[in-house]
Design a protein around this ligand. Sequence first.
Ligand code: CDP
Length: 783
Amino acid sequence: MSIEAKSERHALGHRMKRKEDPRFLQGKGNYVDDISLPGMLYAAIVRSPYPHASIKNIDISEALKVPGVKAVITGADLEAAGLGWLPTFHGLDKQMVLAVGKVLFQYQEVAAVFAETRAAAYDGAEAVQVEYEPLPVVADPFTAKKDEVILRPDREKKTNHIYHWEVGDRDATARALESSPKRVSQRIWFQRCHPAPLEPCGCVAHFDTMGRLQFYVTSQAPHVYRTALAIVTGIPEDKIHVISPDIGGGFGNKVPVYPGYVCAIVGALKLGRPVKWIETRTENLTSTGFARDYHMDVELGASADGRLTALRVSTAADHGAFDAAADPTKYPAGMFGVVTGSYDVPVAHAEVDAYFTNKAPGGIAYRCSFRVTEASYAIERAMDILADELGIDAVELRRKNFIKKEQFPYKSVLGFTYDSGDYHKTLDLALEKIGYKALLEEQAEKRARGELMGIGFSTFTEVVGAGPSKHFDILGIKMFDSAEIRIHPTGAGIVRAGTKSQGQGHETTWAQIVAEELGLDPQNIMVEEGDTDTAPYGLGTYASRSTPVAGAAIAIAARRVREKAKKIAAHLLEVGDGDVEWKDYKFQVKGVPAKSVTMKEVAFAAYTNPGPNEPGLEATNYYDPPNMTFPYGTYIAVVDVDRETGEVKVRRFLAVDDCGTVINPLIVEGQIHGGLAEGFAIAFMQEIQYDSEGNNLNTNFTDYLLPTSLETPHWETANTVTPSPHHPIGAKGVGESPNVGSPAAFVNAVIDALSPLGVRHIEMPVTRDKVWRTIRDAEAARK
Ligand code: CDP
C-alpha cells in the first residue's frame, strides 16, 4: 500500500499524542503560561519609549517600594555578571540583553522586575524611572547607508553597513542585460511583517533542588537553546534541561533566544525561586523577531519573443538594531539565491546589503526557508511586469521559461541543484482546474464594460530542508536532525525527534512514517519532541525542515529497526537471514509466503526469545541531508476590484502544490490553508510600520491585522507528486509553500485587474486605500 493511500485512513482516526508533564504542570493545559510552581515569581520588562536615546540614569528605588516586588535588574548588573550581550544565532552580531548606555529601538529591554504577582511586576516596571536623552533616529536602510549617524559604535567597523553578500556573475549579467532586446526594472519592497503567533513568547526558569536549570520555554529549537544557554550563562550543559511544551504557534518567531529568557534565568538564580516571564502581545509585536523588510531592485532581460536573458537583483535589507536574523552561518541573506525561481535563467547576479536601523531586530524565517519568500515574491512579480512589457500572457511567459522536466537535477546559475520537478504538469493541472480559458473570456467581457477583474499567477519554487552539513550550521552546529525509535514488546513504540511541532501535526506524521516502514499501527506509536533530556540532539523545526531532515532520519531509523527485526524473524522462522524478505508488511521466507511473522510477533520475541541476537528493538539516526528539497506550486488568484472604492474581492484562489511524496494529505491541506491565510494577510493587510521618528505604529491586533474567517477567501487545493530523489521516502517540505507562493499571486491578480489603467506595480500590503488612490491617479493621468 502506498504511504498516501494508508495515510488517508489514518488521518481521520489518528489522535494527537502529547506529553503531559505531571512533575511540573499543575495548570489547565500544556502551555508555558499554564505552568505554576510553588514560590514562583513573575518577571516584567521595562521598555524604552525612545527609538534612539542615551540612558542618563536608571532609578529603581521607587520600584523596590512597590508591594510584592523582590528585585530589579538593569543592563549594568548583567554586564557586571558577564551577561550583558547575547550572541545572535548566525554569529555575525550580538544583542544587548538589557540596554547599557543607550537604547536602539522603541520597546527595547531596559530593566527587569521580579515580583510575587504578575500585576506587581508590571506596577514595579512602571515605577522604574529612566532618564533618556534622545538621539537622531535612523528609520530606514537608505538613511543608514549614509553613515551620518553611527548606531553601533560598539562594533569594530564604525558603519551602519552590516554585510554585503552576493552570488552569480556580475559582469556577465550586466552585459546580458545591456544587450537584451527587452528589459524591465522595478523596486519591489517586501514590507516588514511579523509572524504574530497566537501565544506570545515566554518561559519559566527554575533551579531544582539539585541546582539544575529546568527551563520551560516557547522554543522551536530546544537543543540549540540548551547549547546557547550553556555558552551564554556558563552553566554546564548537563545542568540545563530545556522543555518546550505546546508553544501556540511559532512560524519562525520562536527560533531566536530573547532577552526576557536570560532575565528570567538570572532572576531565578539571584532570588532562588522559579521565575515566569510571559510577554504581552505588544511586546511580541514590537521587540521579537520581525520578518522580511527587503527593498529589492529587480531587473529582467528577455528576447523579443519572451525568452529570459538575465536577472539582476540588488537588495537593501533593514535588519533593525542588531543583526538577529536567524540564518545559517554561511548564509547571511539566507536562501535568497533561489531568486531565479522556476525559470531557466542563463545568467544572473543577486546581492544583498544589510543595514542597522533604529527598529526592532529580527529578519527571521517567518514560515519561510530563510529569505525564500522575498526571493519568490521578487521573481514572480517581475515576471508579470515583463509579461506586461512584452505584451504576452503571464502564463505563456512562465511556460516558455520553465526549467523542463528533463533538466532535473537542475543546477541554477546561482548555485542550487534543484532535486526534481515537473512545472508544466503542475501549471497545466492548475489551468484546467481553474478553467483559465473561460476566465479569460469573462475578463475580456468585463474589461469591455470597464470592470476590473484580475487573474494572478505565482509559479514558485522553494528550497527547504536545511541542510547539508558541508554548508549549513547555526552557532557552528551542523544542521542535521535526528530520530530515535524504540519498539516495545507488544508492537507499540515511541519515536523521539530533534524537531518541535508547533501545530504542524508531527505527532501524526512521524507515527505514520514509523508505521509505514515497520507495518505497525500508527495509533500506538507515541511521538515525543521538545525535551532535551529525552529527544536526540536536533536543530528543531522552522523553514519547513522537519520532513526533509527529521522525516528522513525517522525513516532511516525505522529501516534500522527493520534490519535488526529481520535477524530475529530469521531466528523465529528457523532460516538464515538471507532467506527472509520484508514483503506486504511482514517478514516472509523467500518464495514461501505462508511462512511469515509480523513485526508485532518479532517485537515480542525481541524481549522474550531473541535467539542469538541482542535483545531489544530500537535504533537511532542522525541524518545529514545530501541536498535541500525543492517543493513548488502553481497558485492562481481571481479578483474583482471595485473601481469606485478600491475594494478587492478575492473571488477564487487555487493552490496546486507539489511537495513530493505526501505523508498525510489532510495535514498537508491544513498546512496549505493556514499558510494561504497568512499570505493573504501579508498581501492585503499587514505591515509593521514605523514613522520617520522610529515610532512603531502597529503595536497590537487592532493596528496589525489578523484575517478572520470573514475576510479569508475560500481555498481550492490540488496537488501533483514528484518525489525527491534523495529523500528516503521522496518527501519534500510543505509547511511554508503557501506563505512563500501566495503573496505574488494575490498582488499579480490586483495589478492584472488594474493593468488596463496602465498600472504596473503597487507595494504590499495592497490595502483598499492604496488601490483606490492608484485608480484615481491612473484615471487622472489618462484624462
Ligand atoms: O518543519 P515543519 O514541520 O514546519 O514543515 P514540514 O516539514 O513541511 O511539515 C509540516 C507538516 O506536513 C508535518 O506534519 C509533515 O509531516 C507534513 N507533511 C506531509 O504530510 N507530507 C509532506 N510531503 C510534507 C509535509
